[in-house]
Write a protein that binds this ligand. Sequence first.
Ligand SMILES: N[C@@H](Cc1ccccc1)C(=O)O
Length: 396
Amino acid sequence: MKNRTLGSILIVAGTTIGAGMLAMPLATAGVGFGATLLILILIWLLMSYTALLFLEVYQHHPIQTGLAALAKCYLGKIGYGITGFNMLFLMYALTSAYISGAGELIASTISAWTGQSFSSVGGVLIFTLMGGAVVCVGTHSVDFFNRILFSAKIIFLILMLAVMAPHIRIPHLLTLPLQQGLVLSAIPIIFTSFGFHGSIPSIVHYMGGHVRKLRCVFIVGSAIPLIAYIFWQLVTLGSISSETFIGILAQKTGLNALLEAARTVLNFSHVEVTLHLFSDFALVTSFLGVALGLFDYLADLFKRSDTAKGRFQTGVMTFLPPLIFALFYPNGFIMALGFAAIALAVLALILPALMVWKVRKIHQGNYQVWGGKPGLLLVLGCGFAVMGFQIDSVVL
Ligand SMILES: N[C@@H](Cc1ccccc1)C(=O)O
């Protein structure tokens, strides 16, 4: 059983650390390290708190119950519909982000190899065909690739932090926030980076619903990304001055801006290569997990058969909408991660707060998360605030 606890902690940390992390320095370039650190800690507290709220709900249900079924039980048909819609929206937005991010990386690699500029449209098509094929072939192939890539992601994360650490310059970390607006628009991206809540049902199931162990899994599993993100922000904001970063962001967008900043400032090829490889692994592992979830969800929703023809049809439904998004918005990586925050705010904040509100009226459970009604109201308020910040940054 001990192994399962450790395994679950790693699943939580592994699902959380992903492509959102790559967008973080781009979103916080003008925010300054101090403010970023505060936001990271607050969002971690919020996200681990709501994972515990889900646990409080689960103690009254069989461990195989899914999120939508829980919502139906406490929030009726409307709650069920809203949850299902937001799950789809979240998975589509994330898959779109991963496809456009990976397309950019592939295009920049091919350009560097051939010495000729290769458009990100080509990169997007190559990635969708390859990644889509792996997912359509089935869960076994995803599991196989994921194990290797997951280990590579963690190794390269540590390696990348180590090679970038000597380049930290303290004055860069002391820069104060430039504009309040930048802080607000960075929040949805950081928020998405702490998301893992879609995996809560499978982890509760895997751990047999053991509340004490699951508490540890969610707290420790989400604290590992917090530590990784703090170091990541230290090395990126510490080695690249915010003026340089903003200057580069004005010319280039998305992931290429991050790589370009590393190239101009750090000027060491091994740093750039490590950063590039980490980005590849982070994108691909996030993509496989989320795209497989979306594929299975659609297959179930539209009752597609498990034959080659049925899987092909589901594959088209899974990948065509994100592909169209990535083709229309070649630099849509950050934009799509921001949109994901809207659906995640519903699923990871508003939904658990409302469910626990109802649960406490109906049942007398053994396990009750600390904080009472003010805690739940605060979570609800944060949910609407995150949605508001994202909508605001799109509209302005
Ligand atoms: N945290 C993930 C995104 C994610 C959000 C919600 C659920 C699952 C995954 C990332 O950074 O890529």
